[in-house]
Write a protein that binds this ligand. Structure first.
Ligand code: PLP
Length: 412
């Protein structure tokens, strides 16, 4: 008997209960049923569960998705969608939520940098879309402040563009020519390098407008405060990116690109599901788009003051445990921003009493059970640790404090 005949001969109710050999099980209504039995995949692969007492770092899997994000992912996994329509419709809603012309979901802020630059290079030219990053002629140019150069600007040069460095407004004015396609502002340069912007946000935007060239701001890690999600488009930046997998707590692999409609539309043309422009190898899946949308919605709706207070309570709880120790001191530190503006705790100890350096304590906590990742910090030429509280699960707060206490004690 041929396979087709076998299928024909199986009564319809049996089919509904599951096609033999199929990975799916169906309920009486023909909907896919998933196994209830839960498997500990960490255990199955021998991967350590890490307590993140630091910040939203990609190597530590970014952030933890909120239950509503997981719900959006799970509940949308059973049906197909036209990805063009999904990207368009999600973009319309996100743009409404962020008071801007247009938006899209990208695979992280790094992808948004690639797509935004590609959009600035190609516009709606399909020939250019096919050729980038190897366009004939002079390389497209992107202007940046010299002291804004950073690791992620490789996402700009990935498109074939080259970066032109300027140090002040006058140099910036002069840097524009017919090859200039965009200017990039790295919002957290001040946080990362402890420098001042040579050219202010407002001036940067104004100069770009004078030359009729789009401006792009990378604000990937720059919420909280939530207001930052609205600030830069209002200032006049043509494109803005934020990571989805940082404090917005969407999928780690997602991000937002938003701003001027013509640029976002051009960015979409350089992206999946089109085959196969520069952005195709950076696709986001259907569930990530729904998940990113759900995360943003939830982030905008949340009570940020209350959450801030919960974070402060966590630092107080850890301090209460560590400050009992003679020779140990804790101090709440809130970075000035614009990146990673949330409470953390410096833990400082008398190194005459506790014979352990900051790096050694960091390593010991990381190698411990459970593994805890903190941050190393340097104060007055001495190494200490800094404890991040915003990514801890509530039950982990005193655990982290007690593990630090234990590790310090064992160094006496
Ligand atoms: C995290 C980060 C990125 C990359 O973001 P992803 O969402 O991980 O792609 C880019 N720029 C800055 C400033 C960042 O902090």
């Amino acid at each position: 008997m041929k396979r087709r005949d076998i299928l024909k001969s199986i009564p319809i109710m049996t089919l509904a209960a599951g096609i033999p050999g199929s990975i799916y099980k169906y309920d009486a209504f023909g909907k896919i049923k998933y196994a209830k039995k839960s498997i500990d995949y960490f255990e199955e692969l021998g991967v350590d569960k890490v307590i993140n007492a630091s910040a939203t770092m990609t190597w530590l899997s970014g952030s933890l998705m909120l239950p509503e994000v997981l719900e959006a992912i799970n509940s949308t996994a059973h049906d197909f969608a036209d990805m063009y329509q999904l990207q368009d419709k999600a973009g319309i809603k996100i743009a409404e939520m962020l008071n801007c012309e247009a938006a899209m979901v990208t695979s992280g802020a790094a992808c948004a940098l690639v797509l935004g630059t590609a959009a600035a290079i190609t516009g709606f030219d399909s020939e250019k879309r096919k050729l980038i990053p190897n366009l004939p002629g002079k390389r497209p140019e992107v202007i940046m402040q010299t002291n804004h150069r950073y690791v992620f600007d490789q996402a700009i040069t990935t498109t074939g563009a080259k970066i032109i460095e300027v140090d002040n407004e006058e140099e910036m004015h002069k840097a524009f020519n017919k090859n200039t396609v965009m200017a990039l502002f790295f919002n957290a340069a001040e946080s990362w390098y402890g420098i001042k912007n040579n050219i202010s946000h407002e001036k940067f935007v104004a100069i770009c407008k004078d030359h009729n060239v789009p401006s792009f701001i990378d604000a990937a890690a720059d919420v909280p405060p939530v207001e930052n999600l609205f600030k830069y488009q209002k200032m006049g930046f043509d494109m803005v990116t934020f990571s989805g997998g940082k404090m917005i707590r969407g999928p780690q692999s997602a991000g937002l690109l938003f701003g001027k409609a013509s640029l976002i539309e051009a960015a979409k043309l350089n992206y999946s599901p089109h085959e196969a422009p520069i952005g195709r190898p950076m696709k986001v899946n259907k569930e990530e788009i729904f998940g990113m949308y759900a995360a943003l919605k939830s982030y905008l709706e949340k009570d940020h003051d209350k959450e801030w207070q919960q974070w402060m309570d966590r630092t107080a709880k850890i301090s209460a445990i560590l400050d009992q120790m003679e020779g140990v001191e804790t101090k709440v530190v809130i970075p000035q921003g614009p990146a990673n503006v949330f409470p953390t705790l410096d833990v400082i100890w008398d190194t005459d009493k506790f014979k352990i350096s900051g790096s050694q304590l960091y390593d010991k906590l990381k190698a411990g059970t459970p593994s805890i990742v903190t941050s190393k910090t340097i104060k007055n030429n001495m190494e200490f640790i800094n404890v991040g509280v915003v990514l801890l699960q509530p039950v982990q707060v005193s655990l982290v404090a007690n593990q630090i206490k234990k590790a310090l004690k064992s160094s006496i």
